[in-house]
Design a protein. Structure first.
Length: 471
């Protein structure tokens, strides 16, 4: 069931990220026509639809790079990953892993009992016979044939973003549509059972409850899940789903407009995280897109050199004002407010890389910039902090590393010798060594823990932001 939760979450995030303009390939934002709100993926599982227009240009999660064609989303890069081509196809794998043979037959038997209790007679018996002969192998083959495309349909005033749910796994010839409608009419009892089954796996993931329960509540075979903004008690405004029946009744609330990010607002701002004794504000930052620093801002990397006797690491300034995608840096800002620290989004930089950068990107286990959840606070991970009024890297006390965050990973060989829980950035910010951004000549390779790997052996790695199997 945990993997079912992952599957449902994948749909939520994917649907949320799909706000796009059919006519405009490039950077876009998703805006609700009825409420005027802009969608934002801020951290962890939350996809918030209630960002105001003024706030949108200061939050990286409101932006996605999109490519379209044939009413489908061809590419959608948000938070460092191509959702459509990298993430959506994983749904099939997740489903096949989630449903063991034993679990599948238990669910099939439960559904048959629902039908028997709700319908009698020859047609009911025929439906049960069709369901009974549908084997686990048939179910696995059915998943392989699932449509993982994301679609959009233009209407007056905006677009509907939707995902086509599979037809009921039943080959009954001319009776297939009839039986599918019958099964959908019996789904109410089954939905309640699913929600009860999901509850234990939502503990500690309270923010997921309204989204997952919304999807379960609208689960229908051979139907469409429309993306919508909903108000949920105790959770505020969230994203949820509606099926085609609700779409007919409340369509106005499901209409979105896809706003291209043009040259006038092609930026996002960074808010200060830590303030030094001299008044300067700093932030550790990573972005899925390349960007240019605003005038007055500076970017620094941390080199993979630790003076364990002094608990120091070397801090170096980036020579270029252009920072490549997926590059963690420490930013010296102009002020605390995001509006003073505007980063201009650029087109793909062709794979440039900053050498000797020991900072890591806060990714999940698949290498996506959606944050990383730790089993427990792990003092191998160092995040930006202040010590004695100066910027430092301090061992994290949290169990979650936020997306768009940069951190430093310290190996055990160093941890056994160092005596502090922080690492001073040893070179004064006004006199650091400048290092260049060079053309990309070798792949950026990380293991599933986010650590850079120089010589990968057989296994799964994140290479240039994509999950790759090295054989």
């Amino acid at each position: 069931m945990r993997k079912i939760c992952v599957f449902l979450l994948t749909l939520v995030l994917t649907m949320g990220a799909n706000g796009l303009q059919a006519q405009t390939t490039g950077y876009n934002r998703l805006k609700n026509v009825a409420t005027g709100h802009v969608a934002n993926l801020p951290y962890k599982y939350v996809f918030a639809p209630n960002v105001t227009e003024d706030e949108a240009c200061s939050q990286p999660g409101t932006v996605a790079y999109m490519e379209f064609g044939d009413n489908q989303v061809k590419q959608l890069r948000a938070q460092g990953t191509d959702v459509v081509n990298d993430l959506v196809p994983m749904m099939k794998v997740i489903l096949k892993q989630a449903f063991s043979e034993e679990y599948y037959y238990a669910l099939r038997e439960e559904m048959i009992n629902v039908v028997k209790a709700s319908y009698t007679g020859a047609m009911g018996n025929l439906l049960v016979s069709y369901m009974s002969r549908y084997t686990y192998e048939d179910f696995q083959n059915y998943i392989d044939r699932m449509d993982t495309n994301m679609y959009y349909a233009e209407t007056e005033g905006g677009y509907y973003v939707y995902f086509h749910s599979p037809a009921f796994p039943l080959d009954a010839g001319d009776f297939t549509e009839y039986f599918t409608n019958k099964v959908n009419s019996y789904m109410s009892a089954f939905r309640g059972r699913l929600q009860l089954m999901v509850e234990p796996f939502l503990e500690g993931r309270e923010e997921l409850k309204p989204m997952i329960n919304s999807m379960i509540a609208h689960l229908r075979f051979a139907d469409y899940f429309y993306f919508r903004e909903i108000e949920s008690e105790d959770y505020g405004t969230q994203f949820g789903f509606a099926n085609s029946q609700d779409y007919q009744k409340e369509g106005a609330n499901d209409v979105w407009t896809f706003v291209p990010v043009d040259t006038n607002d092609r930026y996002f701002g960074v808010e200060g995280q830590m303030q030094a004794a001299d008044g300067a504000w700093y932030a550790a930052f990573t972005m899925g897109f390349p960007y240019r620093l605003a005038e007055g801002m500076k970017a620094y990397i941390v080199e993979d050199v630790v003076d364990v006797d002094k608990s120091e690491v070397k801090w170096s300034e980036v020579k270029s004002d252009v920072i490549p995608a997926l590059t963690p840096v420490i930013l010296r800002l102009n002020a605390k407010e995001a509006a003073s620290n505007k980063l201009e989004m650029l087109e793909d930089d062709g794979g440039s890389v900053i050498e000797n950068n020991a900072l890591q990107a806060a990714t999940n286990k698949h290498g996506f910039l959606l944050g990383r959840t730790l089993e427990e606070p792990d003092t191998h991970y160092y995040v930006l902090d202040m010590e004695g009024g100066k910027p430092c890297l301090k061992a994290t006390e949290e169990t979650f590393l936020y997306p768009n965050q940069g951190f430093f990973y310290l190996e055990d060989s160093y941890k056994q010798r160092t005596t502090t829980d922080y690492l001073i950035l040893s070179v004064d910010v006004n006199g650091v060594e400048e290092i260049p951004v060079t053309a990309h000549t070798t792949n950026q390779v990380f293991d599933l823990q986010g650590r850079r790997v120089s010589h990968p052996v057989k296994g799964i790695y994140i290479i240039n932001g994509k999950k790759t199997v090295v054989r």
